[in-house]
Design a protein around this ligand. Structure first.
Ligand SMILES: Nc1ncnc2c1ncn2[C@@H]1O[C@H](COP(=O)(O)OP(=O)(O)OP(=O)(O)O)[C@@H](O)[C@H]1O
Ligand code: NI
Length: 424
């Protein structure tokens, strides 16, 4: 592992602000039967260095949400509302330089006005994002005396295709469930990782370095450095005899090794954010646990934030700092992982936990949630869980359940929770 990479702290612009802040995200697919609302108003944040889980049953919209974050929703599907704000000052500067027409300055005053117009119902970030006009996606909040941006974010949801490509190759990467679909069968595994390293270095991560120094570093990388780095990465994910195996083709790797290679490739560009969609689901339990362990230690080594998507609560319990529970296109509860398991609040989360056998207590009775996940077309009631909910009342079908604070860093979107005075 490279020492120089960890020596320099990552800049995220300001203090404890989230690296990624998703607000009001809504993604739809027009179909012959009507509009599938795969993601309806999702809010989500990931802080630097955090592993955040997104958990929910099959069909709840997890993968579509992940695709929405990366600008990868397949047409005719479309993100129709919301903002996906990546707050990384290096990215802001890089994209501001490359796409000057995409820059909008959002001063504190402008943001305050935008918030007032929305009756204060939106976050500061959402308000700042709303100031971007057509074609604008680099939101600068503050500049230094030389006019260089010192805080701001990129709204990925509005970013142009060339900007997205720049982000995907470098600052954000993704690992999918089936690595065979993501690895190129005609290139050796090592060559593919080396390619990612080269591509990334071309894009130029060290934007703040003087040009001369940058050329020197990039030049060195091209002469075999990328290949060396590929082998280092394969070693980091514990591929045995990495140097010899680097020349293997993907089909010569076992399922577990392919998954490791995918993770190696995704981390080889030292992304700020790794989105892992069911990265271990296809693997047997022992290998699954090993790979998750590795993911956690790699996260520490590379200082990467991770969004981990899974339907497996045990994976969440072992791996995540915080968790978001998703049901029928909506996030219904957010909490630190231990809190979620010790003190679940949303009736859906409670049902989900009660319906999942625990490894620690396999004899405990398991109680399935009655009913089925609704079809995501034109859901006519406000809380999507209401028809299956043992606690629902008439109003639950009629009134949108906004998030309520139910504990420290713990929120549930349920009218029957929260402070007594506004509880149903
Ligand atoms: N291209 C598409 N066209 C129409 N509907 C789609 C499309 N892709 C996804 N959907 C719908 O969006 C909803 C959410 O699907 P998604 O794949 O995000 O679920 P998921 O939570 O990832 O499930 P799983 O755990 O099975 O992967 C589903 O109802 C699905 O049918
Ligand atoms: Ni999925």
């Amino acid at each position: 592992m490279r020492a120089d990479a960890s020596a320099e702290p990552r800049h995220t612009g300001a203090g404890d602000e989230p690296l990624l802040e998703v607000t009001g995200l809504q993604t739809q697919f027009p179909t012959e039967r009507g509009t599938v609302e795969a993601v309806a108003r999702a809010d989500l944040s990931i802080e630097p260095g955090e592993i955040v889980g997104l958990v929910g049953e099959s069909g709840s919209g997890k993968s579509v949400l992940a695709q929405s974050l990366m600008g990868m929703v397949e047409a005719p599907g479309e993100v129709v509302a919301g903002a996906v704000c990546l707050r990384d000052i290096d990215v802001v500067r890089d994209l501001a330089d490359t796409f000057p027409d995409a820059v909008v300055d959002a001063s504190d005053d402008d943001v305050a006005v935008a918030r007032e117009t929305a009756d204060g119902a939106v976050s500061e970030t959402a308000a700042a994002a709303s100031l971007a006009g057509p074609g604008e996606f680099v939101v600068v909040r503050e500049r230094d005396r030389d006019g260089v941006p010192v805080s701001g974010f990129v709204d990925i949801r509005r970013a142009s295709e060339p900007a997205l490509q720049r982000l995907r190759g470098g600052r954000i990467s993704m690992v999918f469930q089936d690595p065979m679909n993501s690895l190129n069968p005609t290139l050796s595994v090592g060559e593919q990782i080396a390619e990612t390293v080269r591509l990334h270095q071309d894009v130029g991560e060290s934007i703040s370095l003087p040009a001369e120094l940058k050329r020197k570093i990039v030049g060195a990388a091209k002469n075999g450095e990328a290949w060396r780095r590929a082998i280092e990465m394969l070693e980091a994910v514990e591929i045995p005899e990495a140097e010899a195996r680097a020349t293997d083709f993907p089909h010569e790797f076992s399922g577990g090794m392919r998954q490791r290679a995918m993770i190696a490739m995704a981390l080889s560009c030292e992304p700020d954010l790794l989105i892992a969609d069911e990265p271990t689901t296809a693997l047997d339990v022992t290998i699954q646990a090993q790979i998750l362990d590795e993911l956690v230690s790699l996260k520490e080594a590379f200082d990467t934030s991770i969004l981990l998507i899974t339907h497996d609560l045990a994976v969440v319990a072992e791996t995540c700092d915080r968790v978001n529970v998703m049901y029928a296109g909506e996030i219904v509860e957010k909490a630190p992982a231990d809190t979620l398991f010790a003190d679940p609040q949303h009736p859906y989360t409670r049902g989900l936990l009660a319906s999942t056998p625990r490894l620690s207590d396999p004899d405990q009775e398991v109680e399935p949630i009655h009913g089925n996940v609704p079809d995501l077309i034109d859901i006519p009631y406000a809380c999507h869980f209401a028809p299956r909910c043992p606690e629902s009342m008439r109003e639950c079908f009629e009134r949108e359940p906004a998030f309520r604070q139910v504990g420290e860093r713990h929120e549930a979107a349920c009218l029957r929770r929260g402070p007594e005075r506004d509880r149903l």
